[in-house]
Structure formats: structure tokens, C-alpha cells
Design a protein around this ligand. Sequence first.
Ligand code: ST9
Ligand code: ZN
Ligand code: ZN
Length: 342
Amino acid sequence: FGSSATLFLEASQQDVSQKKSAADKTVTQKLAIQKAQSSKPKYQWKIVWRNLIAFVYLHLGAVYGLYILLTAARFYTFLWNLVVVVFAAIGVTAGAHRLWAHRSYKAKWPMRVILMLLQTTAFQNHLYEWVRDHRVHHKFTDTDADPHNAKRGFFFSHIGWLMLRKHPDVITKGATIDMSDLEKDPVVVWQRRLYIVLMPVFCFLLPTWVPCYFWNEKLMYAWYATLFRYTIQLNVTWLVNSAAHIWGMKPYDNTISPTDSYSVGISAFGEGWHNYHHVFPWDYKAAELGNYRTNFTTAFIDFFAWIGWAYDLKTVALSMIKKRAARTGDGSKYERDDHHDE
Ligand code: ST9
Ligand code: ZN
Ligand code: ZN
């Protein structure tokens, strides 16, 4: 009896210690799970090689295109590309940006059709995608959810973001953006449906065909000129995401990365007053002053307002601008009021 009692005691002790170690294991597992949940899965770069190769080709082709334009192409080919780049830029600034992304004015359907075709010529993705990314950029500026988060450096915010899979936050947080207004606009809906045909025709085929047909330009010259025109237009646009989020003044809000930059302002057709624009995105001028020399897009919208195709142009009262600048600006344009009690 004695020995069996000892055996029983030993067995139950074993049982207890087994249970204890099992319990310890579950605690360790639980801790591991908690740790994994508290630290987000590590975000890893995934390079999209197709895009990377396309951008290398575009940039090499553009350098050759510039050489051809300066040395061998007809002068008309140069002029033609200048006209195309100006119109394409207007499609982005007055169309994708100020009309569709920010609703800073309203436009009658013929103007919307023109702007849509010009924006197609710029090939910066169809309007729905462009606007979604841009609204996400404004709502989540300088965070992982910003598609071209400037905190990740010049290269990423300039071109790198178009060669990597998006950060998961862009997609999850981007899902909170209201896009119903664009879903109701037939011009946007049809552009999205036909983009696969419209984009190559308007961005590449027509601009290359015109010089060949009308002034007998060599096909190869016209093609490389097209590559130059497209690549320069992309890079100037990207400067708004890169340079105008890094260098310049912050007269209206010193706490955010966007800056007011004179050089980007002029070259991007009035889109470089980016500190102002992020603070007052509904202003159709995308700048405090709509001076036409530094803001060609404003001149374009004003012209269409004059003929009645653009209407309900929104601006911001000077008193409101001054109040905001006094509260959060860097003092470069309006004096700071550091004694406010808001
Ligand atoms: C280009 C755009 O250059 C430039 C924009 C510049 C903006 C500047 C603004 C400043 C003002 C304007 C200044 C103008 C000045 C002009 C002066 C000119 C002289 N929210 O994208 P996918 C979801 S484009 C919510 O494939 P991946 C969605 O469900 C250049 N959801 O992600 C989507 O499916 P679907 C030419 C979002 O796979 C799904 O995710 N184009 C959002 O990570 C997949 O989306 C290119 O190079 C969001 N924001 O791929 C093409 N985003 O669409 C570049 C995504 O069906 N793009 N979702 O609803 C790509 O190849 C890819 O997007 C990728 C990422 C590889 C970059
Ligand atoms: Zn904007
Ligand atoms: Zn921005």
C-alpha cells in the first residue's frame, strides 16, 4: 500500500508539473501572439519591374529625344510638342487636380470632356485613380497611407512610389475616401472604361502621327520627341510631390511638409504654392494670389468662367488666410501671433 501511495503521489506530482509546463507554454505563446499583434507586420518593398524598366526606357528615350529636337528634328516638331505639353498639363492641373480632386469649381459637360481628353494626353493614370490617390495624399499627408509620402525621401515621393507595390495603409485607409461624386460623373466613368484605348491614342499615337503627316517628320524623330515631351511633363508634375514637399517656405502652416516654391509654382502651371494648397485645398487658384504669370491654370479657368463653362469658383477670404498664417505659419509672409489662446 505504502509503495502504491508513493507511486500515486509521484504520478500526481508529475501531472501537476506537466500541467504547469503546459500552462507556461500557453503563456509564452500568448505573449508571442500579443507581441506580433502589437508590432505591425513588417512592410517590405516589392519592386514592380515592369514599371521600373518602362521608366528607364522613358528617361533614356527622353534624353535622346531632347538631342534629336535640338539637332535634327524640324522646328515645327518642337513647337508641336510644346503645345501638347501645355495642353496635357492643363488637363492635370485644371482637370484632375482643381476640378475633380478638389471640386474647387464646377464645369459644364463640354469643358469636362475637353479636360478629360487633355488629362488622357498626360497619361498620369485615369481620373478615378488619379483623384483617389490625390485625395488620400491630402487626407493622410506625410504618413504611410500617403501614396507618395515625402517622409520617405525625394526619390520615393518623386518617382519611386510608382515602381513599388503600395504600402498596405494606402489601401486600407484609402478605402475611407468618398469617391461617389466621380462615380456619378459619366465623363469620368467613360474615360475609365475606355482608358486602355484612349490613353495610347492621345498620349503616344496622335502626338507622334501629327508631325509625320503634316510636315513629313521622320517617324523615329517624332517618336523620341514624344518620349521627351511625356517624360518632362511627368517629372515637372512629380516635383510637386517631391521638391514642393521638401524645399521652400511655409507661410500658412509650419507643421506640415508642403512648401510654397516659386520655381515649381511657375513650371507646374501654378501648382507649386503647395503649403497654401494643403491648407486651403478648395481654392480654385491653388494659391493665395492668382497672378497669371505664376499660375497659368488660373488664367485658363478664368477664361472658361468668362465664357460661362466654369462656374462656382471657390476662393478663401483674406482675413481667414491671415488668421491661419498668424496661428500656424512660419512668419515668412504674415507675422506670427504667438500669443493667441486658441
Ligand atoms: C503619375 C501620377 O505620374 C502622378 C500624380 C501626381 C500628383 C501630383 C499632384 C500635384 C498637383 C498637380 C500638379 C500638376 C503639375 C503639372 C505640370 C506639368 C508640366 N485608395 O495601384 P494599385 C486599391 S502616373 C484606395 O494597382 P499596387 C484599389 O482597390 C504615371 N484604394 O496598387 C486598387 O484596385 P482598383 C503613369 C486604393 O498593386 C488596388 O488597391 N502611370 C488606393 O500596390 C490595387 O491598386 C504609371 O506609371 C488608394 N489610393 O500597385 C502606373 N490605391 O484600382 C503606375 C490602390 O482596381 N501605377 N487602392 O480599384 C502602378 O503601376 C501601380 O499603381 C503601382 C502600385 C505599381 C504603383
Ligand atoms: Zn491637391
Ligand atoms: Zn502635396
